[in-house]
Design a binder for this molecule. Structure first.
Ligand code: ADP
Ligand code: MG
Length: 361
């Protein structure tokens, strides 16, 4: 939609029959992300290609890059798609990550470092929204956890006493110029993003460190496009890189309503080799995610009270048009704008009450 409002026509490659992007695109190629004929067709139709979903195989991006500009690059996607490479990369950039150990084979289980427990075992690849993760509290629990993840390559990460989670979206053009959006403060529930508050309630010096760390990652990856870096802030202000997403990110959705340029506009501008847009935030914002759970009342399917949300000043409703509501599935979000952050939080409280959402902290 951002590219279309800049005057471009858009083609979507998506295997789905009720693909939200396919529904608004000028054209959809309905095929798997690795289908050679579909990739050839997409490459022949498009000047530039990007992904909205981080598990598009790096090899498909490589194929497309033979014929058109592709962001993220296959190399950047490959780093972000594997937690082992991602963590090593952050460390190579001089940044800290949560203490961790790689588990790739049964012998690694005998070498589990007890200081990482209680911890969380995460599959190295294909995890999102807390999927592919199992909490482990003691050494004996690592084996069953690894079994439950199909004995796939994993990282065992120490469970950190997080004071706050923050993220920042970096936009970097082909010319190496980059800009960042304001730092966002995130609250996750059950491993899924629930609320984003912007600006994050951290001091200016820490916000500057967050922006600088994310920019370093984008530069060292020679990244072209939009990338989001998630961080843990520990008591005392120590910053750990959690992970990066090589695409517009849920914690950047507030930019649609709250900033001069949205993260999606930036992606379209970068693909089109236009100058980067103004990342200024025009109003304090609170973003509330709408998960499929909201569509169920004691197991019975019924739509949430969106009429009540529509009556609240400052509330901007976004529904993605996904065909079927399922628990844990991201169906949409509400961005609530205020005249001040306390005002935005108060209005977000009204939205939460209207929808039956748990209020944010
Ligand atoms: P995903 O790819 O599913 O987003 P993350 O690694 O970002 O996976 O984990 C999701 C959320 O789970 C994090 O945002 C955080 O709230 C929590 N979490 C993950 N790892 C840790 C950890 N080591 N310590 C504390 N909380 C964690
Ligand atoms: Mg995450």
């Amino acid at each position: 939609m951002a590219a279309q409002s800049l005057g471009y026509r858009v083609c979507v490659l998506d295997p789905g029959h009720d693909s939200p992007a396919g529904a608004v695109a000028d054209r959809q190629i309905r095929a798997d992300y690795v289908d050679p004929a579909a990739l050839a067709e997409l490459a022949s139709l498009c000047k530039a290609v990007t992904t909205e979903f981080e598990n598009v195989p790096a090899a498909s991006l490589e194929r497309l890059a033979r014929d058109c500009a592709v962001s993220p690059s296959a190399e950047a996607a490959a780093v972000a798609q594997d937690r082992r490479r991602e963590k090593r990369f952050a460390q190579d950039c001089g940044l800290s990550v949560a203490p961790y150990q790689v588990i790739t084979e049964a012998a690694d289980l005998a070498r589990v470092d007890g200081s990482l427990l209680p911890g969380v075992l995460k599959s190295a690849r294909l995890g999102y929204d807390g999927k592919g993760q199992v909490r482990v509290d003691q050494v004996g629990a690592v084996q069953p956890a690894w079994d439950s993840l199909g004995q796939a390559p994993c990282v065992l990460e120490k469970w950190c006493a997080i004071e706050r989670e923050v993220s920042v979206v970096v936009c970097r053009g082909r010319d190496g110029r980059s800009v960042t959006f304001p730092v966002a403060e995130n609250e996750h529930r059950g491993g899924i993003l629930a609320t984003t508050i912007v600006p994050a309630r951290i001091d200016g010096a820490l916000a500057q460190r967050v922006r600088a760390a994310a920019t370093t990652i984008a530069e060292r990856l020679d990244y072209v496009g939009v990338v989001c870096v998630e961080f843990f802030v520990l008591p005392g202000g120590q910053l750990l890189v959690n992970e990066m997403a090589p695409r517009p990110h849920n914690s950047g959705h507030y930019t649609i309503d709250a900033c001069v340029t949205s993260q999606f506009d930036q992606q379209a501008r970068i693909l089109a080799e236009l100058p980067l847009g103004d990342t200024r935030q025009l109003a304090p914002a609170v973003m509330l995610n709408l998960l499929g759970d909201l569509w169920f009342d004691q197991g019975r399917l019924r739509p949430p009270r969106f009429d009540a949300v529509a009556a609240i000043d400052g509330a901007c409703l976004h529904l993605y048009g996904k065909g079927e509501a399922r628990p844990g599935r991201k169906m949409g979000h509400v961005t609530v704008l205020g005249t001040s952050l306390p005002d935005a939080l108060a209005r977000a409280g009204q939205v939460s009450a209207a929808l039956g959402l748990e209020p944010s902290r």
